[in-house]
Design a protein around this ligand. Structure first.
Ligand code: FES
Length: 111
């Protein structure tokens, strides 16, 4: 699996293992928040799937589509990383992280 972020390719050699893309990213130090831990109550695990790989994924559920509507920087190949499980057919999957995302930890403005 290849994560592209800030013009850097991060190659992760992970075999199909029933982990989600979010699990794998966090396990390998890639900064994806995933604040609801995969319960489809946020969109902080937003990823962008390479267009050549997007059609190889199962279709997103209605609930995932609803949460994607809240993601910042949404694209036609956006998905939620907590909803994609790494399988053998996804060997070599290419993913980008959005350039912008909502993360309350980064909001330094005082109210
Ligand atoms: Fe919240 Fe994926 S971690 S929807």
């Amino acid at each position: 699996m290849i994560f592209k972020h800030k013009d850097k390719d991060i190659v992760i050699d992970e075999k199909a293992n029933d982990l989600t893309i979010l699990d794998i990213a966090q396990k390998n130090g890639i900064d994806i928040e995933g604040s609801c831990e995969g319960s489809l109550a946020c969109s902080t695990c937003h990823i962008i799937v390479d267009k050549d790989w997007y059609s190889k994924l199962d279709k997103p559920s209605w609930d995932e589509d609803d949460m994607l509507d809240l993601a910042t920087g949404l694209t036609l190949t956006s998905r939620l990383g907590c909803q994609i499980i790494l399988t053998d057919k996804l060997d070599g999957l290419k993913i980008s992280l959005p350039f912008v995302h909502n993360d309350v930890r980064l909001n330094k403005k005082k109210y």
